[in-house]
Design a binder for this molecule. Sequence first.
Ligand code: FES
Length: 200
Amino acid sequence: MGDSEQKVDSSRRTAIGVTCAIGAVGGVAAAVPFVSTFAPSERARAAGAPVEVEIGEIQPGELKRVEWRGKPVWILRRTTEMLASLKKTDDAVADPKSVRDPNNTPEYARNEYRSIKPEYLVVVGICTHLGCSPSDRLTPGAQPSLPDDWQGGFLCPCHGSTFDLAGRVFKNKPAPDNLPVPPYKYVSDTRLIIGSDDKA
Ligand code: FES
């Protein structure tokens, strides 16, 4: 996939920029304790606390949204085809191995899938440019604001940054880095803890 194919028409970029919602977490499923019922110190602790997430019900190809520390976190269960698409985008993304910023991708996710288990991608859904929340464009193929050879991924509506199905930013985009991978770990085959990766 060439760089030029990834460019977004500038007039379209202006139009879609209007819809930008900085730091948007709208539509995020509640996965945090109901902090409003806690005392202030408990509330502060709960707001920063790790979040346990059930992932067993996520269907192949489906994205689940949760909230951690006020941020949207996406869990995408990738199909075999989605995983295969990452080979095709490898040359078109800016930092295929996620080595630019070690703080952006934990060591255990610094691999070709950017995840502990290839099937499940876990990323913070906030663009590394100016903090808009990208929208998922998981379906491959030509569509508005995206190149004709689109393999599926995410589009930031603010300034047109695009990310593949591992959250890797494409070359020559405003976003300087891949979508962050939060600390996380598996507590069972179907449950994740987001916000903690220390050994149990
Ligand atoms: S905030 Fe500018 S491209 Fe995402």
